[in-house]
Design a protein around this ligand. Structure first.
Ligand code: C2E
Ligand code: MG
Ligand code: MG
Length: 395
């Protein structure tokens, strides 16, 4: 049964709507990192009504905008009851209806500023279906919110209307993965592959990931291996009244922070750390598929020359690279790294191929660079893959 707009408006005026808080936990350390505010209607007799019985009607009538602003105020008041040392960012759900609201960001700033809170403590959560509907407007909307220092989370990713295009176009900070994607308890192989891929692309886009609706230890274990950032679900905590949330934050404050080394226990985090080290050591890393004649670059910082395309056809990359070498080194580079010769070297059982050549930098000066190609086995096919580590050598 759904309530009417009049009934919901009265409830709002009578302060029967309240913010409940569901903590979001660090996947590895299980410590609270943030929370989501979820509206509840507390009837005078104490009955708690779930938003699914009134948010739909409130959205259709537009009343939901008042509810969301009211929730933001409640969240600000809640944060102001905490010491700075126990405050965590809280996300507030903003319905798609707000996209058409004039001066949304100005209002957001003025409410949060009126409580003297840093903008980094408020996250704006927008459901993904909103993005799909009005993708043009939404880009400007999200940009203006983020520019003002608030973070933006996209809710319910993977719940039906998901579009990868929106993830590509909208630079949200957080991707919330819907519980529908883990409803087979992460035991189904296809489910695991889909999840791994989502986490992979989200992390490459530098988004924080949150898995919603985590109810079992099996789900938690698998999400850890994916490098999922935070967990929100009944396994760790249900949405709770403000007083309980405040007490929980306080309790955590007095318990000891687990050692950071714990983070290494997840294989995915360990791989990420390792990648970080490799990128620090080698300013240019290229992944190529020799069989398919393709490549992409994973890092491109502080390297002598920066004019290379970051992805494309491998043969063209070698032509481009050769042209940037000193005339006396061009032949060496072209013969060492052309695809046919690399495939030949691989067929002969070589595990790596290396050459030092002089490359012209962005500043027009030649510098010695070392290029090493390592052959690796593709985990999913017979394709010949190569990882190239390039290093600037001292003059
Ligand atoms: P949502 O924003 O995706 O919120 C997550 C929902 O998943 C919440 O339902 C939460 O209680 C539920 N949940 C969390 N962990 C688990 C779990 O482990 N298992 C299961 N089965 N469910 C879990 P809730 O509070 O009923 O809210 C439903 C939806 O109503 C929200 O989905 C959001 O779209 C909307 N909503 C809630 N509060 C507000 C609000 O203040 N403003 C607006 N515009 N929408 C709101
Ligand atoms: Mg939400
Ligand atoms: Mg959600």
């Amino acid at each position: 049964m759904e309530y009417t707009t009049d009934e919901i408006r009265k409830a709002l005026e009578n302060h029967e709507l309240q913010a409940y808080y569901q903590p979001q936990y660090d996947t590895v350390t299980s410590r609270i990192k943030s929370a989501e505010a979820l509206v509840r209607w507390i009837k005078p007799d104490g009955t708690v009504i779930s938003p699914c019985y009134f948010i739909g009607a409130a959205e259709r009538s537009g009343l939901v905008t008042d509810i969301d602003w009211y929730m933001l105020e409640q969240v600000c008041q809640c944060l102001n009851k905490q010491d700075k040392s126990v405050q965590h960012p809280v996300s507030v759900n903003f319905s798609r209806v707000h996209i058409r609201e004039d001066k949304f960001t100005e209002k957001l700033i003025s409410v949060v500023d009126s409580y003297g809170l840093p903008h980094s403590l408020i996250e704006v959560e927008i459901t993904e279906s909103a993005m799909v509907e009005e993708s043009g407007k939404i880009i400007d909307w999200v940009t203006s919110i983020r520019k003002a220092g608030f973070s933006v989370a996209t809710d319910d990713f993977g719940s039906g209307l998901s579009s990868l295009q929106f993830v590509k176009d909208i630079s949200a900070d957080v991707l919330k993965i819907d519980r529908m994607l883990i409803d087979r308890n992460c035991e189904d192989e296809k489910e695991r592959i889909v999840l791994e891929s989502i986490f992979n692309f989200a992390h490459r886009l530098h988004m924080v990931t949150i898995a919603e609706g985590v109810e079992t230890n099996e789900q938690l274990s698998f999400l850890r291996t994916c490098g999922c950032g935070k967990i929100q679900g009944f396994l760790l905590a249900k949405p709770m009244p403000e007083a309980d949330y405040l007490a929980l934050c306080q309790l955590q404050q007095t318990s000891e922070e687990p050692m950071d080394i714990l983070k290494l226990q997840s294989p995915a985090s360990a791989v990420n750390l390792l990648m970080g080290v490799i990128f620090r050591r080698y300013p240019l890393v290229i992944f190529s598929n020799l069989t398919r004649n393709s490549f992409y670059m994973m890092a491109y910082q502080n390297f002598t020359a920066t004019s290379c395309p970051s992805t494309g056809v491998f043969d063209e990359l070698i032509v481009h690279g050769t042209a940037s070498m000193h005339p006396d080194d061009q032949e060496t580079f072209a013969t060492t790294f052309n695809r046919q010769n690399l495939l030949k070297a691989h067929a002969e059982g070589k595990t790596e191929v290396r050459a030092v050549t002089r490359q012209i930098g962005d500043d027009g000066i030649y510098r010695r660079v070392e290029t090493t190609d390592y052959f690796v086995k593709s985990p999913s096919s017979d394709d010949v893959l190569v990882i190239t580590l390039c290093d600037n050598l001292p003059d």
